[in-house]
Design a protein around this ligand. Structure first.
Ligand SMILES: Nc1ncnc2c1ncn2[C@@H]1O[C@H](COP(=O)(O)OP(=O)(O)OP(=O)(O)O)[C@@H](O)[C@H]1O
Length: 234
């Protein structure tokens, strides 16, 4: 199983009522699940809890069979680098690194991801694998050499996607990765995400406002139905 989440609760500071309460959410290996819901309902907050970027207040999360939420901060960071690909709305690209070097951050932090991409410690190998992923996403070698801050929002989204896909992680978590893309680039990104997930057996948990992307997923969940805290409020 790629993801098992149980009994998760999250309160904002000073609030007694939970903002998020999810009894159970699971993703099989290779399963693609879309979560949709209105702006501000808590989708990004849920993803930040799933990825361990925001500390869990209550609940248990297993990723690729490992008790992710029980790990120390240091071990969780190392585990994330090896097993999770993350695409967030604020892409966390390093602005003065090139697009290529931003993608190459993944293999620099994880030997496992390097090996899964068929690259060893050799700089040329990781570069070739990163350039291949960028090209699949429609970013040519010239764009790959530009610093991230010189790229458009949509190009940055694709760099963030290439960085997440590098090295076939068991789980990819994506927060609105197509929000700045036109239809053609959206379909190219979703097509590549789908293809890579199928090739490598990666599961995909993604949040989007765009109902047209539902066709790329095995399941589509409404956030307010998943989140028992929302139904209590209503
Ligand atoms: N400290 C806080 N106390 C109370 N509410 C907060 C606090 N911080 C954030 N919020 C609320 O949490 C919500 C933000 O949730 P989140 O970003 O997860 O939503 P979202 O569904 O991802 O939205 P969008 O689709 O617009 O990205 C907002 O409604 C915001 O008002």
């Amino acid at each position: 199983m790629a993801l098992e989440l149980e009994d998760l609760r999250f309160h904002h500071p000073g609030q007694t009522r939970p903002f998020i309460a999810v009894e159970r959410l699971t993703l099989d290996a290779g399963e693609r699940v879309l979560i949709h819901g209105p702006s501000g309902c808590g989708k990004s907050t849920l993803l930040s809890l799933v990825t361990g970027i925001r500390p869990l207040q209550r609940g248990r999360i297993r990723v690729a069979g490992e008790p992710f939420s029980d790990l120390s901060q240091r071990r969780r960071d190392a585990f994330r680098a090896d097993h999770l690909g993350v695409i967030f709305q604020a892409f966390n690209l390093l602005p003065y690194l090139s697009a290529l070097d931003n993608v190459r951050l993944t293999p620099s932090f994880s030997k496992r991801r390097r090996q899964r991409e068929g690259a060893d410690t050799n700089k040329a190998d990781t570069e070739t694998a990163a350039l291949t992923l960028l090209a699949l996403l429609g970013l040519d070698r010239k764009v790959a050499r530009l610093p991230a801050h010189q790229l458009s929002f949509g190009q940055q989204q694709r760099v963030a996607a290439a960085r997440a896909l590098y090295g076939e992680p068991e789980l990819i978590v994506a927060d609105e990765p197509t929000s700045a893309l036109d239809t053609a680039h959206r379909d190219a990104l979703m097509g590549l995400l789908t293809e890579q997930c199928e090739r490598s057996g990666s599961a995909l948990l993604m949040v989007s406002h765009d109902p047209d992307v539902a066709r790329y997923f095995h399941r589509s969940l409404c956030f307010d139905e998943l989140n028992q805290a929302a139904s209590h409020v209503a």
